[in-house]
Design a protein around this ligand. Structure first.
Ligand SMILES: Cc1cc2nc3c(=O)[nH]c(=O)nc-3n(C[C@H](O)[C@H](O)[C@H](O)COP(=O)(O)OP(=O)(O)OC[C@H]3O[C@@H](n4cnc5c(N)ncnc54)[C@H](O)[C@@H]3O)c2cc1C
Length: 447
């Protein structure tokens, strides 16, 4: 009888364990912290809700408006009403990870996976890393903070343990570059929060990130404000976060930081994602997209696809899959999503490279064809074929916008205006206090 250990109880681990348990395979799922709040924007596409049967209770907000803000503060709304009509069927789900992860993990446990509240500290991989594998872990189930040292022998390991994966190290999966993302959860006064009711903001500009975007995403009782940048710029991360705060300061006035969080984000897949009978999924494998920084759906989906391959190759758990069997999951994954990752990488390289290009990017987002294309591919994860005329229009628009963008790019950055108070009132409030707590902000002042 096949024995599988899934290391990590985030979306990738839970979705792996769920499929294995449903097939009757002996499955352990290890999570070091059962109330873990993974630092994350928590935005999920609509298709994830139905595909992974997520209940409404784990979704804090259903966002129907995405406001893009250029370096010169041009604001463009991508509104789902405009793209799909006022049906309210479509939305971007905003979740708190501690809520979402606990739901998915507990569901896997209810289906039969053995949930271990434990930190896997060492993995003995057997001859030529072919197993059987011995996990050394600290079991926290008694509530003792130090944990009890234990071991477990299994035939197969799925590494769903995120960007700092211990499984990846044990299997010598090779390194990847990581971006760094930083986020503050900020509680806002009622008036300010009402503006973010079903609206999320994306800020672009060298001030908020040299290669990514800054965000204000609404959650149950606060907004998540953050930014990210590639590894080579990671020393800048706090300045960039200050950049987001400064641009959004009139909308975040009198906010109070309730949590500060940071975490690496993989920039590309690891050189090896399967070695012996060990396979990586989610962030451990390196499945976050460029441009959008989306990883939750891909984590869940990769966990599910990997588990399906294990179920099929093991004939429902009656034999141990081979390395080649597991590699079939990688082949299918790359075939299904390889083009998506490539296109998003190209878009990031073109549109996030300088302020002129960012102006062009925001300008293009005003076009209904661009909006539909973006949302169809994000919400439904479908590659949408464009009509030749649309393609031609898009090409001309890209060229035109990029040329115009250079002229529009600002010399300095200014805060966007408040939408719920007059400028005089906001300036008075800012003179007394800006955002309480969080990162220490430098000498940059309100412009
Ligand atoms: C600031 C930030 C914002 C983001 N915003 C978004 C967004 O809005 N939308 C989106 O789609 N993606 C976003 N992402 C990316 C997303 O968070 C990840 O892609 C996703 O969490 C990957 O899921 P996972 O299950 O693979 O790994 P994780 O979510 O990292 O889960 C790994 C789990 O393994 C556990 N673990 C680790 N090591 C061990 C061990 N040795 N033993 C036991 N347990 C262990 C951890 O506690 C954790 O629960 C963001 C990332 C960051 C950093």
């Amino acid at each position: 009888m096949l024995r599988v250990a899934v290391i990590g109880g985030g979306p990738s681990g839970s979705c792996t364990a769920e499929i294995l348990a449903k097939a009757g395979i002996k499955t352990w799922i290890f999570e070091r912290k059962l109330d873990n709040a993974k630092p994350c924007g928590g935005a999920i596409p609509l298709c994830m809700v139905s595909e992974f049967e997520l209940p409404d209770s784990i979704i804090d907000r259903k966002v129907r408006n995405m406001r893009m803000i250029s370096p010169s503060n041009r604001e463009v709304d991508i509104s789902l009403d405009k793209v799909y009509g006022e049906t309210e069927n479509e939305y971007i789900g905003m979740c708190r990870r501690e809520v979402m992860d606990a739901f998915m993990r507990n569901r896997a446990a209810e289906l039969g996976a053995i949930l271990v509240n434990g930190l896997v500290t060492k993995i003995e991989t057997g001859t030529n890393r072919q197993g059987p594998y011995t996990l050394n872990y600290s079991d926290y189930s008694s509530g003792d903070a130090k944990g009890e040292a234990k071991t477990l022998e299994v035939d197969l390991i799925v590494g769903a343990d995120g960007a700092n994966s211990r499984v990846a190290k044990a299997m010598d999966a090779g390194d990847y570059n990581v971006a760094i993302a930083f986020q503050e959860r900020i509680k806002l006064p009622e008036k300010e929060m009402s503006y973010y009711e079903d609206l999320a903001e994306m800020y672009v500009g060298t001030d908020v990130s040299p290669d990514f975007y800054g965000w204000v995403f609404p959650k149950f009782d606060h907004v998540a404000v953050g930014t990210g940048t590639m590894q080579k710029n990671q020393a800048l991360i706090k300045d960039l976060q200050e950049g987001v705060r400064e641009r959004a300061q009139k909308r975040l006035v009198n906010g109070e930081v309730i949590k500060v969080e940071a975490h690496p984000i993989p920039e590309h897949p690891r050189p090896r994602r399967v070695v012996g009978r060990m396979a990586l999924v989610g962030d451990a494998a390196g499945y976050v997209t460029k441009s959008s920084g989306e990883g939750i759906y891909f984590a869940a989906k990769s966990g599910r696809m990997c588990a399906e391959e294990i179920v099929s190759a093991s004939q429902g758990g009656s034999k141990i899959p081979t390395e080649d069997d597991l590699k079939k999951y990688i082949k299918k994954w790359d075939k299904k999503y390889g083009a998506t990752y490539k296109v998003l990488e190209i878009l990031q390289n073109i549109f996030y490279s300088n302020d002129g290009a960012r102006e062009a990017f925001v300008e293009m987002c005003d076009d209904i064809d661009v909006q539909r294309l973006t949302f169809d591919s994000y919400l439904y994860k479908t590659v949408v074929a464009m009509k030749p005329l649309q393609q031609l229009k898009l090409t001309f628009m890209t060229l035109g916008s990029v040329l115009r963008g250079r002229a529009l790019a600002p010399k300095s950055y200014k805060p966007v205006p408040s939408t719920v108070r007059g400028d005089e009132e906001v300036n008075k409030m800012l003179a007394v206090s800006t955002i309480k707590g969080g990162i220490k902000v430098g000498k940059k002042k309100v412009k």
